[in-house]
Design a protein around this ligand. Sequence first.
Ligand SMILES: [Zn+2]
Length: 435
Amino acid sequence: MKENINVDVLIKGGTILTVDQKHRVIQDGAITITGDSISGIYSSDEIPQELEAGMVIQADGKVILPGLINAHSHLAMTLFRGFVEDLVLQQWLERVWKYEFSVLDDKAVRAGSKLALVEMIKNGITCAHDMYWHFEQTMEAAEEFGFRLLSGPPITGLGDQAFDEMFAQARKTLAWLDSLEFVYPIIQAHSTYTTTPKMMHTVREFKEEYGITFTTHASENQAEVETVLEQYQQTPIHLLASYDLLDESTLLAHCVVLDDEEIELLAKTGTHVVHCPESNLKIGSGIAPIAAMLEKGINVCIGTDGAASNNDLDILGELRTAALLQKGSNRNPELLNTKQALEMGTINGAKAYRLENDLGSLEKGKKADLVIINFDKPHLTPVHNPAANLIYSSGKSDVETVFINGKLQLENGQLTAIDEEQIMAEVRSISEKFV
Ligand SMILES: [Zn+2]
């Protein structure tokens, strides 16, 4: 007699979109979770009879996919949702910065971050980037909830007065991050127009010394490119190249205004790009040349940017917008197909942060971050092509179940361990101060 195979969770039936290298789609298969990892993934005729599970989820009529990765965001900007509307980037930033300096404190950022984490878990996002003020609060909130966060000290400033203090603090933060399980350390700078060359050279040294990923905003709109050209006689992309900051451990947010030579440079250096289509549209920055970047082999992932410029944290929505924009603006329906969209929302984000051995696809041995979407709905019927239904027909409210690191975070659309009412009440009370 064969011995039982004990697992913590068995998810049976449904359609598994693995997003592995072969893009396997498994019908009526099974996934098992043991501890924090995926311990097995089976086609229908391979499911062992001896499986003994602590929890069984019957997923018929549902689609199982890797947890979505939000590769660029400013989490506590949920506090400013709907607060700054109908302005171009530079005026938008001026207004946001003014309020950030007057109303933000540890308590506000912690509450705004928790709200963002709740929103993202409910939208099927299991891992997100953050760049913001009072960032330790966001890190602690992510650690408390067991949500994967990509974050680190943000470097910014128009002069070098606080230089030594800023980098000494950055060292302390990076040392502290060793003690957190769910926060993956990175080094980040706001942009080339809000930093000095001395800062960027030191960022370069940090990246090397700590072996961590670097991320920054770059070429978000035409005005930014002109400002940087005027100050440095180079575009943001060429300026970053002059700082020796373009390589396989750099991720640039936006890249809306790029010429062919810059696309070549990003491709040649292996620099990653995170596309934030809805934020770019809403602030009137334009449409990034994503199809051209993909054509050149650039790894492009997806982000929501902050909720103040979007105004939600919804990766499924971003993927649909991204695909439609590339097809429509290039007058070519073959561009950014569903397979590429699905990769942008999952494995490409993992690659950009060099976490693809653990995250981004459903494969045995990877971390158990996964999402179950209920397709048993009129707007998702019939299912000729599950990935097409996912990108073009499903929405965030179809997300039913979410596991992060093997822990059930969302069950039948309800958070299992987080009190969302209390978090919403706190954010409402804080936002009353914004006038
Ligand atoms: Zn941003």
